[in-house]
Design a binder for this molecule. Structure first.
Ligand code: UDP
Length: 310
């Protein structure tokens, strides 16, 4: 029987791509999501996962659930996992746990906790709790994955990122400008200490990121204890480089205006991804052109995301 993997938030952007990779790797994902940042679609299945089923020809178990609802979660563990003996965890962490980089590229030994925003701090706290847990109870194994900046979409163009409201992140915003949903990008500062003055980030194809989770699951099988890995490409691109890459992929002009810096932003942030290669056998395979081409395909095929209204 296929091994079951519980995926929390599996109807969202990274979740749905990861569920697809799990199915293709022969796992049987059980997804819970509270639709905080996912689209319902017509039936009982979130629209993203309905498409994942269509793409893979496999079925996904889904339950609408809030992970803060302890009773419901316990019930799910009883029903689906039979025993409560699950002591293997892959945690979605973030490069923001590093705070303002003291050196670049960021390796896993870089100090964490000096976070510049509350999101980063919440990831840092949870990392610490998982580390303590694994320390206290050796039966636990956990892989903490520090995501850099996932962008792009599945090559089919059927699933992708669909932020509700005004996108906070750069590339969803850029692609909405390219498709004509928004007038111009606001570039948050061009006076950083970087090559062109705009912020530099390590953008990683979401499919590469999803595959990183499969590698992490394999690692857990080695009774690895608590391990931490960066999931990034190792290459940083500036905001203006990203705008140009998207102009190339879409063939559209992307107007922008430079505005004030955004609070909590750092100048540059990119990974040293060599530990993941060494210990997980994982490395990012898809480059910037593919990220932008796949993002554009998703945007063009789904001008208003997963919602059906044009
Ligand atoms: N950015 C921007 N305009 C936007 C959104 C983001 O100039 O509308 C910049 C931001 O200042 C940063 C980069 O794009 O330098 C990536 O931002 P994002 O929010 O996507 O990721 P994060 O800052 O969390 O790494």
């Amino acid at each position: 029987m296929a091994e079951k993997v519980l995926v929390t938030g599996g109807a969202g952007y990274i979740g749905s791509h990861t569920v697809l990779e799990l199915l293709e790797a022969g796992y049987s994902p059980v997804v819970i999501d509270n639709f905080h940042n996912a689209i319902r679609g017509g039936g009982s299945m979130p629209e993203s996962l309905r498409r994942v089923q269509e793409l893979t020809g496999r079925s996904v178990e889904f339950e609408e659930m809030d992970i803060l609802d302890q009773a419901a979660l316990q019930c799910l563990f009883k029903k689906i996992m039979k025993a409560h003996g699950v002591k293997n965890l892959v945690f979605s962490s973030s490069a923001t746990v590093y705070g303002n980089p003291q050196y670049l590229p960021l390796d896993e030994a870089h100090p964490t906790g000096g976070c510049t925003n509350p999101y980063g701090k919440s990831k840092f706290f949870i990392e610490e709790m998982i580390r303590d847990l694994c320390q206290a109870d050796k039966a636990w194994n956990a892989v903490l994955l520090r995501y850099f900046n996932p962008i792009g979409a599945h090559a089919s163009g059927c699933i992708g990122e669909d932020p509700q409201g005004i996108p906070n992140n750069l590339m969803p915003y850029v692609s909405q400008v390219a498709i004509g949903r928004r007038e111009a990008l606001n570039v948050f500062g061009n006076d950083y200490d970087t090559e062109d003055g705009t912020g530099v980030r390590d953008y990683i194809h979401v499919v590469d990121l999803a595959k990183g989770h499969i590698a992490a699951l394999r690692k857990l099988k080695e009774q690895c204890g608590c391990r931490i890995y960066n999931l990034g490409t190792g290459t940083g691109y500036s905001v203006l480089q990203m705008v140009r890459a998207m102009e190339k992929a879409s063939g559209k002009k992307i107007p922008y205006k430079v505005v004030a810096r955004r609070e909590g932003d750092v100048a540059a942030c990119y990974a040293n991804p060599s530990l993941a290669l060494k210990e997980l056998g994982w490395t990012a395979a898809l480059g910037l052109d593919r990220m932008c081409e796949d993002l554009w395909r998703w945007q063009k095929q789904n001008p208003s995301g997963f919602s059906t209204q044009a």
